[in-house]
Ligand binder design. Structure first.
Ligand code: GRF
Length: 292
């Protein structure tokens, strides 16, 4: 049962405990609040049961769990959970589109170890929705190049002047049939020419909860160090569309994890990587399905 919940919500065992604690404490607080209200109004329980039940479910319980989630560091989870519940209660179902007729081409920009690129490549290996058609990299020695080669995916090595001041390698991207650009650990700013050529078709993953800890210079351990120094109780990931500013476009998805006492930037980075690997490929798939 617990294992099923872990998989369903895509969370670690530790986070699952915090989520269940939030449910339990939030639920108890709602019960206490409901009892208090009944004794304050002083009408018979039977007459009040239905309206009170509605108020508890729609107002008091959500308010209690959201408040408790601030203390357990699970705010982002519960915000998304309640949004899902809300659309179920109002009958607004998300339209699930069938997969596109032929897989869309994903071009990944990466210049680091490439663990996220690897997860995306694996996820789409037998997919009807998308396939990784090209890896773009600006560092000849980056780990992602080996990953691409082992997976038989072509690599395009780029240099800064042509990328930022020239044609942004649009001819090569178009030749690869690029439908979606995914930035997975790519540090250069995306030039206007590329943003214009792929409006809302470029997405990035950032290892913190934007809008905090984003912008120029906020990458890798700098982000995690800033979160730890600030004493934040939670951090997480943000997947967002890319515009011409660093870490700025509309947010597509966020997931949080706790920052624990004694965390170093390396420990926090490892926890965040797990979160990225669990969610990034699925979010890429959702964006592809939206486009088709
Ligand atoms: C990830 O933490 C990502 O959020 C950030 O860069 C890192 C890339 O890691 N933008 P990897 O190269 O995918 O392992």
């Amino acid at each position: 049962m617990l294992e099923r919940l872990k998989q369903k919500w895509g969370v670690s065992a530790g986070r699952l405990v915090l989520i269940l604690v939030t449910f339990a404490v939030g639920g108890s607080l709602s019960g206490i609040a409901a009892k208090k209200m009944m004794s304050l109004i002083g009408i018979s329980q039977a007459a009040l049961y239905i309206p009170l039940y509605i108020i508890v479910v729609t107002v008091i319980w959500p308010f209690s769990v959201m408040t408790v989630s601030l203390f357990t560091g699970q705010f982002v989870f519960f915000r998304q959970y309640l949004a899902r519940m809300g659309s179920r209660m109002t009958g607004r179902k998300k339209k699930t589109k069938p997969p596109p007729s032929s897989p869309k081409n994903i071009t990944i920009f990466a210049s680091g170890a490439g663990s996220n690129a690897q997860k995306i490549i694996e996820y789409f290996r037998n997919s009807e929705t998308g396939k990784v058609a090209l890896i773009v990299c600006n560092k000849p020695k980056a780990g992602v190049i080996k990953i691409a080669e082992e997976s038989g995916i072509p690599v395009l090595l780029i240099e800064k002047k042509r990328f930022t001041e020239g044609d942004a390698y649009l001819p090569e991207l178009r030749a690869a049939g690029t439908d979606l650009v995914v930035l997975a650990g790519f540090l250069w700013k995306i030039p206007q020419a590329l943003v214009d050529a792929y409006p809302r078709k470029i997405m990035n993953i950032h290892p913190a909860l934007l809008p905090n800890y984003g912008g120029k210079g906020m990458f890798g351990h700098h982000v995690h160090q800033a979160v730890i120094t600030a004493g934040d109780l939670q951090s997480g990931i943000t997947i967002h569309y890319v515009d011409e500013h660093y870490d700025h476009g509309d947010i597509i998805y966020q997931a949080a994890c706790p920052v624990l006492p004694g965390d170093t930037p390396e420990i926090l980075a490892a926890r965040i990587h797990q979160l990225e690997h669990a969610h990034f490929p699925k979010v890429v798939e959702k964006v592809l399905l939206k486009q088709s």
